[in-house]
Ligand binder design. Structure first.
Ligand code: DX5
Ligand code: ZN
Length: 216
């Protein structure tokens, strides 16, 4: 079954708690927290205080996606009892192995993300150490962009490596995911789908989450 991580980036910030309760009611698996610094990506979103304001308001775990430079110095601030994953970008980490170790040292699962122009082969030496690989299917920075189909090939490659080497990382996809393409990404090997505008732009947010969760 496909797990769904609705992205808070597309929620109504004036009614954030209500929106979180709607996705919880629909059966979402995670809250995807998109953090942007205006340097690694050409946009600024929000930081840990916003995420922490939701602590305890729903039981949904956080799937934190750091689209920031030098993420090591901010890892601590995203560690909460609800933080399941902290994912950093391969392109933003000179010492990626150290960063993954730093996340694990906080008792949190560690993920690595790759941009559309970054090949799966760049992860060869880190796949054994991560709990999640996030394949970006848009160029990070904004919600509501169009899905880039070459991401599907990357997912298939990762699924094949995972099977062949008996590894345990989860495969996640992020960007342009809708009810129309969710089945195809699941069949390619995606285990966790991020969806922002498709969920929070729906007339009935809870129903939309349920519809994603009904995909078989
Ligand atoms: C893009 C973010 C995504 C984005 C997804 O930089 O990482 O999580 O919010 O939004 P949609 O689903 O609208 O493409
Ligand atoms: Zn994201």
């Amino acid at each position: 079954m496909l797990k769904l991580a609705p992205s808070i980036l597309s929620a109504d910030f004036a009614c954030l708690l209500e929106d979180m309760q709607k996705i919880a009611r629909g059966g979402a698996d995670y809250i995807h927290v998109d953090v942007m610094d205006g340097h690694f990506v050409p946009n600024i979103s929000f930081g840990a205080p916003v995420m922490k304001a939701l602590n305890g308001k729903t039981s949904l775990p956080y799937d934190v996606h750091l689209m920031i430079e030098a993420p090591d110095q901010y890892i601590d601030s995203f560690v909460t009892p609800q933080t399941a994953y902290i994912t950093v970008h391969q392109e933003a980490c000179v010492h990626l192995h150290r960063t993954i170790q730093n996340i694990h040292a906080k008792g949190v699962k560690a993920g690595v993300a790759i941009n559309p122009a970054t090949p799966v082969s760049s992860l060869e030496c880190i796949l054994e150490d991560v709990d999640l690989v996030l394949v970006m299917s848009v160029n990070p920075g904004f919600g509501g962009q169009k899905f880039i189909p070459s991401a599907l090939e990357k997912v298939k490659t990762l699924a094949e490596i995972k099977r062949a080497k008996g590894l345990s990382f989860a495969i996640e996809i992020d960007g342009g995911i809708t009810l129309d393409n969710a089945k195809a990404v699941m069949e390619a090997g995606v285990e966790i789908a991020v969806a922002g505008s498709a969920v929070f732009g729906a007339a009935d947010v809870s129903q939309c989450v349920s519809d994603f969760k009904a995909i078989r």
